[in-house]
Ligand binder design. Structure first.
Ligand code: PEP
Ligand code: MG
Length: 608
């Protein structure tokens, strides 16, 4: 393969052509496989319907006469008005089930009048006497450049929102053809450069088999809506709209994030089979999700959900979770864009309790900083190495007023339901002693204020720092349960930033160091007679289950969508057998040997 061919492959995201050669994408009837991001799981096969191929990238620059500048500014203002009307009409059309999406759209709506975008574009038209499209494009390029230089990942991610609203304005400026969704009279796969909320609102969703977009990622609007509706989607494909022709047969593999254009017969056949298997499995899991998670030898497992938003209680119920094993509370602080009051927190927590009662809910106290920086706090903290800095409980102990406010709200909500309190990032005994002092102060305040509360609830700590693993027995003296957070435990024990793609190959829960650490925590909990749960992503991956079962874990908390598949896997395994299996695993020093052994012993069950 020549260098230029390789570059083309990289640039154009082309992975393979069926005959092993390289597809240039010029011949529309060649099978092309393009790698993107899985936006919504599932597989669909159908005819492509292309919308908005040109996007808004083709705007031209032209000068505007001095006298025409006010009219040009008005043209821009009208386009902004029409674009924001699009957003408002979508917001109005969504019911309360979509409150998270509504919040996102409302945040986008506010951006239309953002000084940086709106004010600057008007200034540019005035000063440079150029057309509105070019002025907006220029301002947008500047904004993008500025944002990309920021180190704050939250602020950096806001640039996507700004691009999205600008494009909606641009569509109105250039009079881009609206998507001819009304022309669709058969079930199709929609292939678009990007889909704005206004676009998606025009779509008769029952006619859409799948979504494919050049832009976007998992959390783009199309992704959110596709997931909520169970429509397979692949996004972030780069320039799929230039590689697909109307009516081409395409396969959307939302599980692996792959788009196949003009599949050859055997690819089609293989995917038809995969689709049928996937749908059948989904149907079986959904049907059986209410059944207890009991192993072949009669051991009962407790599968609970990890959630972050009140809206996710729907998913907790749909996937028959036995409670919430991890409620990540930081998201309320991020959404509000300021520190919430005790009453605001209490109202939210009580809402979750009322919705899920009598299920148990584990509220984890604020785990901010590290990779979850509160935008309104950015100026207060300047850390070279935030993951090792003032994160989670360390921050809370430094700002007791914020910590006490949250603990009081949790205790007040506990008067109305079955609540547990979980403290993140504990790394030494002193910290848990200080937490207990904070708890005592919270109780005194609640009593003085004569508020209804219940502080007699289980207290747990996350075991997610290697030091906590080593002193687990000492820590167990102070708490009622451990919750193993493998996402951070892997990050901190392997010294790999969990967001860094360069070291992602080292991030493997089947690393013997991780397995042995989990074993140490389970043994310490058993010895000290306290409960142990695992709530890191390791718990929601079927491949890891035989090892976790063999280590003695029976309580697992995970993304609610993973519960049906883990439940099914539990019912196919045997605790005694997995214990013997772990006796072999624990002696192994290489990740690859462990992975191969799991495949050898459980491969069949895992692929069934
Ligand atoms: C973990 O670290 O495993 C965990 C569950 O917490 P988070 O992903 O929120 O850091
Ligand atoms: Mg963590």
């Amino acid at each position: 393969m020549s260098k230029s061919q390789k570059e083309l492959i990289q640039k154009e995201n082309i992975m393979i052509k069926k005959n092993g050669g390289v597809s240039s994408g010029l011949s529309p009837k060649e099978e092309i496989v393009i790698k993107g991001i899985g936006g919504s799981p599932g597989i669909c096969i159908g005819k492509a319907y292309i919308v908005d191929r040109e996007g808004v990238d083709l705007v031209k620059r032209y000068p505007v006469l001095e006298d025409d500048v006010p009219a040009e500014i008005n043209r821009f203002k009208n386009a902004v008005k029409r674009a924001s009307d699009d957003y408002s009409s979508v917001i109005n059309s969504l019911n309360s089930d979509f409150s998270h999406q509504i919040d996102i759209l409302e945040a986008h709506l506010a951006l239309f009048k953002d000084k940086m975008l709106y004010g600057k574009t008007i200034d540019t038209i005035k000063v440079e006497k150029i057309n509105a499209e070019w002025a907006l494009k220029k301002v947008l390029r500047h904004v993008k450049h500025m944002f990309m230089k920021l180190s704050d990942p939250y602020l950096k991610s806001r640039v996507t929102d700004i691009v999205q609203v600008s494009e909606q304005v641009m569509r109105h400026l250039i009079g881009a053809q609206d998507i001819k969704i009304s022309d669709i009279n058969k079930r199709v796969i929609l292939v678009a450069h990007d889909l704005s909320p206004a676009d998606t609102s025009q779509i008769q969703l029952e006619l859409i088999k799948g979504f494919v977009t050049d832009r976007g990622g998992k959390d783009s609007h199309t992704g959110i809506i596709a997931k909520a509706l169970g429509i397979p989607a692949v996004m972030g494909l780069g320039n799929a709209t230039h590689k697909v022709e109307n009516d081409d047969i395409v396969i959307v593999d939302g599980i692996s994030g792959i788009l196949i254009v003009n599949p050859e017969e055997d690819t089609l056949f293989a995917y038809e089979e995969r689709r049928a298997i996937y749908e059948e499995r989904q149907a079986i899991r959904a049907r059986e999700s209410h059944l207890p998670a009991v192993t072949l030898d009669g051991h009962k497992f407790e599968l609970t959900a990890n959630i972050e938003l009140v809206e996710e209680v729907v998913s907790v119920r749909d996937n028959a979770a036995k409670g919430v094993g991890l409620f990540r509370t930081e998201f309320l602080y991020i959404d509000l864009k300021r520190f919430p009051s005790e009453d605001e927190l209490f109202d939210k927590y009580k809402e979750v309790v009322d919705l899920l009662s009598p299920m148990s809910i584990t509220f984890r106290t604020l785990d901010i900083n590290g990779d979850k920086v509160l935008p309104y706090m950015k100026n207060n903290i300047d850390e070279e190495n935030p993951a090792l800095g003032l994160r989670a409980v360390r921050f809370c102990l430094k700002r007791p007023e914020i910590f006490i406010t949250q603990i009081k709200a949790i205790f007040r909500a506990a008067a109305f339901g079955n609540i547990k309190l979980l403290i993140p990032m504990i790394s030494c005994v002193e910290e848990i002693i200080q937490v207990k002092e904070i708890i005592a102060r919270s109780i005194i305040e609640l009593k003085q204020e004569e508020k209804v509360f219940n502080s007699d609830i289980p207290l747990g700590i996350m075991i997610e720092v290697p030091s906590a693993v080593i002193i687990a027995e000492d820590l167990a003296e102070y708490v009622d349960f451990f919750s193993i957070g493998t996402n951070d435990l892997i990050q901190y024990s392997m010294a790999i930033d969990r967001r860094n793609r360069q070291v992602a190959h080292l991030y493997n829960p089947m690393n013997p160091a991780i397995i042995r650490m989990v074993q140490m925590v389970v043994n310490a909990a058993r010895k000290k007679n306290i409960d142990v749960v695992m709530c890191g992503e390791m718990a929601g991956e079927p491949f890891n289950l035989p090892v976790l079962m063999g280590l003695g874990l029976t309580k697992l908390s995970m993304n609610p969508m993973s519960i049906p598949v883990i439940r099914q896997m539990v019912t196919r395994l045997n605790v005694d057998e997995s214990k013997e299996f772990v006796d072999r695993v624990i002696k192994m020093g290489r990740v690859s040997d462990i992975v191969n052994l799991v495949k050898e012993k459980y491969g069949k069950i895992l692929s069934d």
